[in-house]
Ligand binder design. Structure first.
Ligand code: TRP
Length: 335
């Protein structure tokens, strides 16, 4: 994690779209940071079911399932409900309200040029952009500002949205009253995990990810099928770890032995099969305690409901307070 000023109080918020369960890319990019930070700072994690609708409006019935699965992912990964407020986005109407207010001073061109919007639109094959989809960075600014978050642990692809949020905060504070706090992004040490197919990003929709709830055997199988340095056909030929996806997993999950692995690969002493087995073992060591915690919560659905309800109520009270300040600043509080 990046160095930070230990004495300064931060408010941490981040979230995930509830379109599918979380995978190792999420863990490395941001979840690991969140778990560490919850002990020091006021922390929120959000189940972004409204943002999920920007691409999944035609299958809202799926969201319920994913809200549950991601909550289990959080708890399994070590998010502790007594340390970190876990809440559901659609149950905080103030977020929708802030989105409307902020959208008055964000131009369509700014949104259209957002690199993440562009690449996601391309991935989805959108020719014309849905209004909600185009505007989701504004709604993300509302997510971040309702609790006056100062730190947002995210994967690298989210940086344009944090930048957009910062512009909204600056503008709002200039236009009305300086009540909003300026957030900063915090990207994980390994900002982006390469997919099992060697594509730039591990992503559920690309089918190249290892889920956080993967079984022991699934992890082994996934690695067996992972793409390696394509030029290395047999063990006796030297490899180039810097272009090998499996090597990047060693760096992410077994950093202390990565140099030794790189040497073994470069000097044709370590074969791909063994290299993959070694990293699969390390990933399984990471996931093992998560499997146990997940099973405990999975067996107690009413406890999980309780955690979500308590977290959402807390987030709501924070949101109400900010909303009142926003209305006062805009001079649209009437009675
Ligand atoms: N856009 C984020 C993603 O796709 C999810 C998200 C929604 C988020 N609201 C947020 C992340 C606020 C950080 C802060 O992963």
């Amino acid at each position: 994690m990046k160095k930070r000023n230990e004495t300064k109080a931060e408010v941490v918020l981040t979230g995930d779209r509830t379109t599918g369960k979380l995978h190792l890319g999420h863990y490395i990019g941001s979840l690991k940071n969140r778990v560490q930070m919850q002990h020091q700072y006021e922390s929120f994690v959000m189940l972004a079911d409204v943002q999920a609708l920007t691409t999944h409006f035609n299958s809202p019935d799926q969201l319920r399932h994913h809200v549950r699965q991601i909550t289990l992912d959080y708890l399994a990964a070590g998010i502790r409900p007594e340390k970190c407020t876990i809440f559901i986005q659609s149950l905080i109407p103030e977020i929708a309200e802030l989105t409307v207010f902020y959208s008055m001073f964000v131009t369509v061109n700014t949104l259209r040029h957002n690199p993440t919007i562009k690449s996601e639109a391309k991935e989805k094959g959108y020719k014309d952009l849905y209004y909600g989809f185009l505007g989701y960075p504004i709604s993300q600014a509302a997510d971040i500002t309702f609790c006056k978050a100062t730190l947002v642990p995210v994967g690298e692809d989210q940086l344009p949205h944090i930048e957009q949020t910062r512009r909204i905060v600056r503008r709002f504070n200039q236009l009305y009253k300086p009540i909003l706090t300026m957030p900063r992004a915090l990207v994980g040490e390994v900002p982006r995990l390469v997919g099992l197919d060697g594509k730039a990003k591990m992503s559920k929709s690309l089918g190249n990810a290892i889920a956080l709830d993967a079984t022991f055997a699934q992890v082994q199988e996934s690695l067996k099928g992972a793409v390696t340095d394509p030029a290395r056909i047999r063990k006796s030929s030297p490899g180039y770890p810097e272009i090998c996806p499996v090597f990047s997993y060693h760096q992410a999950f077994a950093a202390e032995s990565a140099d030794e692995i790189a040497q073994g690969c470069r000097f044709a002493k370590l074969g791909c099969v063994e290299c993959k087995e070694r990293v699969a073992r390390r990933i399984n060591e990471l996931l093992d305690p998560m499997r146990a915690t997940r099973a405990e919560y999975d067996a107690r659905p009413s406890l999980v409901d309780d955690i979500l309800q308590t977290g959402t109520a807390k987030a709501r009270s924070v949101a109400k307070r900010t909303m009142q300040e926003v209305r006062d600043a805009m001079e649209i509080s009437y009675f």
